[in-house]
Design a protein around this ligand. Sequence first.
Ligand SMILES: Cc1cc2nc3c(=O)[nH]c(=O)nc-3n(C[C@H](O)[C@H](O)[C@H](O)COP(=O)(O)OP(=O)(O)OC[C@H]3O[C@@H](n4cnc5c(N)ncnc54)[C@H](O)[C@@H]3O)c2cc1C
Length: 410
Amino acid sequence: MLKTAQRAPDQPVELNRCYDHAVVIGSGIAGLTAARVLSDFFNQVTIVERDRLESPEDFRQGVPQGRHVHTLMPRGQSILEQMFPGLLAEMAAEGAIKIDARTDIAYFQNGRWQTPQRRTTSIASSRPLLECIIRRRVMALPNVSVITSCLVDGLKTDAAGRQVTGLRLRPRRDANFNENEVTANLVIDTSGRGSKAPQWLADLGYTPPEEWRINPFVAYTSRLYQAPANFSAWKTLYIPPEPPHGTRGGIIVPMEHGRWCATLIGVAGDVPPNDAAGFEAFAQSLPAPSFYEAIKDARPLSHPNGFQRTENRVRRYDKLPRYLEGFLVAGDAAIALNPVYAQGMTAAAQSANALQQSLRAQQQQSPDALVGLAADFQQKLSQVNYRLWRIATTQDWDWPITEVTDDSED
Ligand SMILES: Cc1cc2nc3c(=O)[nH]c(=O)nc-3n(C[C@H](O)[C@H](O)[C@H](O)COP(=O)(O)OP(=O)(O)OC[C@H]3O[C@@H](n4cnc5c(N)ncnc54)[C@H](O)[C@@H]3O)c2cc1C
């Protein structure tokens, strides 16, 4: 029996690292939490990241959604706190703000201000702050390292094409690693919505996953403001879009350093403009005046920034007819959710939990090999994320424009 079996991954236990080298593609929330889990089972874990990761709190090119509202929901908080004890206190010390749904949110729906029924507490901060604190924890682990400024370009396999053996790399000029390949016993793709894993598998003769998409055509445009001094009317303002015809909404969420992230939301192709005048005009058109009233006298800290890659998309890696052994896919690369429900980072953390469960079972049954792990993990992942998929897609059906694509029907 493994000594790690009954404990959270953070506990000081005698680890049984029976596997050699794992490589994680991407250092977003899914990649960092996967690396945390893998570090208990592998002698060495390497993260390969296309960005430079130089200035820890900057918005990153590889995470364009990071400029928009990112709140961490309760389930995500509890998984992350278990993985990184003290993380929530550390976030609070660096300026993250607790939001109690019943007391801190001004919530306007159905033509009136309402008190949300559920007593949930979310954590508001910039996405770079959350990522930076988690990254610091992961990089402090002695057996984890990161290759930066390096694009992963494809998979390498053994001669029979059955087992992954590493990755093909394209290091940029400023990369801290200059080889074009890295070897590994396990590769996990957490490269986000832009993941090329289906193509990589197809190039190797594997059937790529079927894909389902449910798209209500949600667009975000966000702008940062310095919150006015002594503002205390609410911590978060939320005017959700309301199907089937209320295509416009907005949310203002506090961030560290006294800032607001003010996000306009348009659904069904009603895209909030990217220029300052258009942003303000859209804000004035919301069902309640409070959003515009809040921003009109606040000092802008950025230009409005738009984002439209928001559809719910699941790639059915749990239903592949044949698996490339040792190759796993998690986070947005496997299941990406409409951001309006703020569940994506929780889904990423849940991916890491599923990985831990699969690795524990694998270690007990087969401490010398990783055969069977890929199929087991993708099935566990689909089970744990099914609830979040339901949360994110149920209301989306109420928009008449919602487009459903199911590749398995082609
Ligand atoms: C507008 C918007 C708002 C959101 N708001 C919330 C919210 O409030 N709460 C919430 O929980 N979730 C929210 N989400 C969802 C959340 O952003 C994602 O679910 C989460 O970031 C997924 O993490 P990930 O690690 O899978 O992918 P990502 O965070 O996208 O990370 C992927 C990483 O892979 C790297 N990468 C990509 N390709 C390569 C390659 N070929 N080689 C090497 N590295 C590569 C990228 O640089 C990046 O670092 C929001 C999403 C959007 C679009």
